[in-house]
Design a protein. Structure first.
Length: 141
């Protein structure tokens, strides 16, 4: 696990957090844990209830629905946040394709950070809107 200083450096480099103040970054660092996972680790299993969200710091993961690859996520991307926002089941399976360093936030920590750091909530909403637009483009042209 990284030291707190290194943890803050990682946070500041992630696009999702890049515009946040040092104080907000410290709140996120305090609420999250940094983990390193080998290739092949399952971050989320489609249909399971979500208990945590991940923000990828380094590495990549494949996103699949119903056994079909639908995308790839990498540094700065959040995974699992949708289940924490709506308390529904995971919508996709996410498996690391390389070694991944990620920040992990439990459901409780995630809710607290969203409430305490409005800038993060706005960035997450932007990411979710981008996903909806991309899906809309794929389906309707």
């Amino acid at each position: 696990m990284a030291t707190r200083g290194k943890h803050l450096e990682h946070l500041a480099e992630i696009p999702l957090f890049s515009a946040l103040s040092k104080k907000d970054l410290q709140r996120i660092a305090k609420a999250s844990n940094e983990v390193t996972l080998d290739a092949g680790a399952v971050l989320a299993e489609q249909g399971d209830m979500g208990r945590e969200a991940f923000v990828i710091v380094e590495g990549t993961a494949t996103v699949s629905r119903n056994g079909r690859k639908v995308g790839t996520v990498g540094p700065g991307d959040a995974v699992g946040e949708l289940s924490l926002l709506d308390h529904g089941p995971r919508t996709a399976r996410v498996v690391t394709t390389t070694e991944v360093t990620a920040l992990v936030l439990s459901a409780r920590e995630f809710a607290g950070v969203i409430e305490e750091v409005p800038g993060l909530a706005h960035k997450l909403l932007g990411q979710l809107a981008s996903r909806v637009r991309e899906l809309d483009r794929q389906i309707y042209g």
